[in-house]
Design a protein around this ligand. Structure first.
Ligand code: ADP
Ligand code: NG1
Ligand code: MG
Length: 471
């Protein structure tokens, strides 16, 4: 249901943002600093593989989205924060005549060594695996270097963001690659430019993402979550109640989004739903690409938009043929105007439920930013989960069980985070309840888990964004 309007007491502070800021360049940490041993081990990998010292290090965090799920590609704002888990690159320029790009990973069994012989590469996820994400970032910089070619690079990669888990390991990797390539090629770009560029170039993988992950990767600041708006990317600091504590739990189910079809199917369903409502409302529907385009064209609020969803769409499945009838076009035109190469083969779409999630979720983000009570924040997070599970069909039985485990343990709210279909759940609690909550979930959801529970159930505090570290 539509969240009620709340008293307009903002928890949002407008940060003064300097749009000209480039990513931070840090000195190498002293021995004993918490980052030191990690960097030393990436350095050791680099030196052992390439027989030389790296020129630079780059570090990019993963993120947890607190609320605003599957709305970024619809044009609506989101509230993520950067997490401690990150991707670190050690990198160096190599002389002319060397292969264009060499990659090694500290998990070589899962992510094998890769050599890309020359600059004229194609990105093919099936063929290149993890290296395809790195190539996305490289291609992003190659495209803006006019009349100049990229230097040859050797890179060693280490990642602690659990992959396929909704904490955005993929974007941390793409952003680290873009920043490394920019730095080694002496290309100066602002954090905002890098956020936008990485969002575009991660699409070379084939996922039609919205830009949240790359924006928080570059624009995060230590100690606060961010409210991120799009087109163009803008951020504001979100000031949360001082007793808000976020706990992340992994459902133990992973989902590799670029290798599966659900994500892009949702992007297509939201677009088709918007176009049908636009047509029914007598506006130029071909111009409408996102739900937010529809709202802007209609100059209506989210509640009015939801009424139009109810009026013009039916529940359940639409065949492709029915969508064509609704829009008054043939299948070829639909493919051309509304669908992408990866979504043209889909034969059935769910429209009303999907766009209902998007509109109510966009509204929950607004309510969350206005909410002053920590209990109210929790209620909105759980409502977000229910909408993800029911209307968006983007949860998983394991995620639902983990949400229930957190709620039974006394969490104020809990929800699947990131794209979903597995991955992580984020729960809201307070310092006085934290230990009891962790104990309960450890004994309940993770009973019988044989790995290190500390790696799959942990508290999370907002970290800073992407940076370069001098070697
Ligand atoms: P998420 O972004 O939620 O973690 P995705 O399915 O979008 O999940 O991306 C996961 C993919 O990112 C992995 O299949 C792998 O190709 C790549 N990846 C993640 N972490 C690493 C890493 N440490 N090293 C190499 N590749 C990685
Ligand atoms: P994850 O779960 O990290 O793959 C994806 C998208 C986001 C956003 C969320 C759902 C990419 C790179 N990431 O994140 O843009 O749509 O799902 O809110 O496409
Ligand atoms: Mg991802």
């Amino acid at each position: 249901s539509f969240p009620p309007a709340r008293s307009p007491v903002r928890v949002l502070t407008l940060a003064v943002i300097d749009m000209s800021v480039t990513p931070e360049i840090l000195s190498y940490p002293d021995k004993g600093h918490q980052q030191w041993s990690r960097l030393e081990s990436v350095r050791a990998l680099f030196c052992s593989k390439y027989g030389r010292e790296p020129d630079i290090f780059v570090r990019v965090p993963g993120r947890v989205n607190l609320i605003g799920e599957h709305v970024d590609y619809c044009g609506y704002s989101v509230c993520p924060m950067a997490v401690e888990q990150n991707i670190v690159f050690a990198a160096a320029i190599t002389p002319e005549g060397s292969p264009f790009l060499k990659l090694v990973n500290d998990q070589a069994k899962v992510y094998p060594d890769t050599t890309v012989p020359d600059r004229k590469f194609e990105i093919d996820l099936k063929r290149d695996g993890w290296a395809a994400y790195v190539l996305c970032g490289v291609k992003g910089i190659a495209e803006i270097l006019v009349g100049k070619s990229l230097v040859n690079m050797e890179i060693a990669v280490s990642g602690t963001v659990p992959p396929g888990s909704g904490l955005s390991s993929s974007s941390a990797l793409v952003c680290a690659s873009l920043l490394t390539t920019a730095q080694l090629n002496n290309v100066k770009l602002t954090k905002f430019a890098m956020a936008e560029m990485s969002a575009s170039c991660e699409r070379f993988i084939g996922m039609e993402g919205g830009g949240m992950d790359q924006a928080i990767a570059f624009l995060a600041t230590r100690g606060c979550a961010k409210h991120i708006q799009f087109n163009p990317v803008r951020t504001e600091d979100v000031k949360l109640p001082s007793n808000a504590v976020f706990v992340i739990g992994h459902s133990l189910v992973t989902k590799r989004k670029a290798e599966t079809s659900e994500y892009n199917t949702r992007v297509a369903e939201c677009r088709l739903a918007s176009q049908i409502i636009a047509k029914e409302s007598g506006i130029d529907w071909e111009q409408i690409k996102k739900v937010k385009d529809l709202q802007d064209a209609l100059s209506c609020n989210l509640e009015e938009l939801l009424n139009l969803v109810d009026k013009h769409l039916h529940a359940g499945v639409y065949t492709k043929q029915e969508v064509c009838q609704c829009l008054g076009i043939g299948e070829n035109e639909l493919n051309e105007i509304s669908l992408s190469p990866s979504t043209r083969k889909i034969k059935e779409f769910v429209l009303k439920e999907r766009v209902t999630h998007v509109v109510t979720e966009a509204s929950r983000v607004n309510s969350w930013l206005m909410e002053t009570s920590i209990e109210g924040l929790g209620v909105l997070m759980t409502a977000s989960h229910n909408s993800m599970a029911k209307d968006y069909d983007a949860s998983d039985p394991a995620c639902d069980r983990l949400v229930n485990s957190f709620m039974t343990a006394g969490a104020l709210g809990a929800r699947v985070t990131g794209a979903g279909w597995g991955g992580c759940v984020v729960a809201l609690t307070t310092p006085d309840r934290l230990n009891q909550l962790m104990d309960h979930v450890r004994l309940d959801f993770y009973a019988g888990y044989e790995g290190d529970v500390g790696k799959v159930l942990f508290q999370s505090e907002p970290q800073s964004g992407a940076c370069v570290i001098k070697a």
